[in-house]
Design a protein. Sequence first.
Length: 437
Amino acid sequence: MSRGTLAASALLPLFLVACEPGGITVGDKADTGIGDTDPGDTDTDTDVDDTGDTDPDDTDTGDTDDTGGPILPTYDWLVDCNGGGDFTTIQAAIEAATSGDRIALAPCEYHERIDYISKYLDIYGLEGSANTTIDGDYTGTVVNVENAESDGTRLAGVSIEDGIDGTQGSALEVYYASLKLEDVVFAGNGESFAVAHLNVAWVDMVDVVFEDNDIVAGGQAIFADGGILTATGLRADCGAGDYALWQHTATLLLDTELTCDAGYGLLSYHGEIQVKRSRIEGGIAGIYAYDEEDTPSERAYVYNSAIGGGVEGARFEYMSVYVANSVFWGADAGLALLANSTTSWMISSVFTGSACGISADVAHTASHNAFWGNTADTCGLTATSSVTSDPGFASFPDDLSVDASSPLVNAGYPDAAWDDVDGTRNDIGLGGGRWAE
């Protein structure tokens, strides 16, 4: 098979890639255009936001990159509900502050709801989310960023609890604005259509958790409609809702876990998605992504990820789909493809424990994959298999790692562009390829 058969079109700026001439689209590991959040990035940009950053005013502890050792956090205003700061409430500090100011929160439980009131401010708990809480006392949405707050708006090191809103976001509303969330825990919020409601928003999440929230039937932990969402280290559970993440936007997920026992880990409507080094599970499907019923234009990329569902691991409709070094499982199908672009391809991946490993209604390229424990390996397409024996997972489906004796080792797509990080031939499954770590 020629390398040209797997060529993919260039991605949108959110998903910057470099195309090997005549070959598979491989890509920079990956700049997002909004504050690079990929901890495995190998480019030379100066990231000032994340782990490994060079911002001398950063509030993370144990930073080994800043010269001169750990940097003590600096701030313009200190809030302490016990009276030891400039203000006892966060909102009072916001009203006094000027855009660009830093507002530090002493460890405390703040019983209030806050609004950034058009200012781009950095608000952060000095001792992290385990020690600082903003409690809405079930009086409405806890945090509002709804007045065109610009890049530089941040909330970090806090837990957000006891918000309530049955029609929009119980804990967070972001509307036509930008926000970075870092070390934020959303827990114990009640009667939620969505815990976080993002509408035409540019949101970057780093080490954010959604757990133990009261999400209504049909609701979701995160609702993102328009804009751009990037997440690194996100963990979100839908509770009694139907979606961990519902999105109609451009979304990049890195090192993320989405879980929804009753429905879908990720539902993507008419949006672009890129999923790397992540685990997405749903009682119906891990991923359900679809475009309008016309010429497929939206794209989905799934690399080094585990995607499982009670019925289907993932279902894609009317899209261009590119899959590498991933594992799919579901009772009916590991991967179901309906009316997708014929340019779609699946390589170096495992399809297991399904009535049909890959189901499709048009021809796609499926090369150097592994099939195990399926009633039928493929339905509706022809696939080139490298492995049809037990892959030797450490503990399926919880631990999908393999040891050196696995038949998946050195059995993946034999192109140098897809070599493992140690320079050997691509392994099949999560441990293979350049994005494995």
